[in-house]
Design a protein around this ligand. Structure first.
Ligand code: TMP
Length: 206
């Protein structure tokens, strides 16, 4: 049975669903309330994360399994790096807020690899909170078209529909200690933020 990491909050959603915007908004709310939070994201800015980004930008070509392994290696370092790893921060009593985590790998990488293989590669602890920003694919694609001059590897609507189905699979059988909240991502940004804040307040995190 995988461990659940207290005070570890994860945002998940399709490309264009608004997780990055919410990361900023929620971090601002912690600041406003003078509560410490470490806001972070995957793929990270480490050397490993940079290789992943070059594959996403299509500057580097590799196999789906090699990419899945790179995401997992970046995640292992992000979690367990002895100097600035997430587990290190949590052990000091800090709250960590992360844009994307294992559920992104289960949803995206399981399209071209098997779900079981991706699960094995992602044998990492669960976060205490998952906020899934559930946004219609058309809305995500409109935002991607507006934002990106050059579209990244997974930013195609047929692909995102498959990602959505695999996200659903990844959220089944979560341990009861994990708080899972689905939020309608077509609602205004402020409404989405308020719904996240409300849950965090109920659990005395904010
Ligand atoms: P971003 O849009 O949040 O910066 O993420 C970059 C892309 O990487 C996005 O298409 C989702 C994808 N991704 C995976 O395929 N697997 C993963 O494990 C993570 C963290 C992201």
């Amino acid at each position: 049975m995988k461990k659940v990491l207290d005070n570890f909050i994860v945002l998940e959603g399709l490309d264009g669903s608004g997780t990055t915007t919410q990361l900023e908004k929620i971090a601002e709310r912690f600041d406003r309330d003078e509560k410490a939070v470490h806001a972070t994201f995957e793929p990270t800015t480490s050397a490993l994360g940079k290789i992943v980004r070059s594959v996403l930008k299509k500057d580097l070509v590799t196999t789906p399994l090699a990419l899945a392994m790179m995401f997992a290696a970046d995640r292992e370092d992000h979690l367990n790096n002895p100097v600035h790893g997430i587990t290190h921060m949590l052990s000091r009593g800090e709250t960590v807020l992360c844009d994307r985590y294992i559920f992104s790998s289960l949803a995206y990488q399981s399209i071209d690899c098997t779900y079981e293989r991706i699960s094995e590669l992602n044998d990492f602890p669960y976060p205490a909170f998952i906020f899934y920003i559930d946004t219609p694919t058309e809305v995500c694609m409109q935002r991607i078209y507006r934002r990106d001059v050059q579209r990244e590897l997974f930013e195609e609507d047929a692909y995102l529909d498959k990602v959505r189905q695999l996200y659903e699979k990844s959220f089944t059988d979560l341990p009861k200690e994990v708080t899972f909240v689905r939020i309608d991502g077509s609602k205004p940004i402020e409404t989405v933020t308020e719904e996240i804040v409300e849950t965090l307040k109920q659990h005395h995190i904010l």
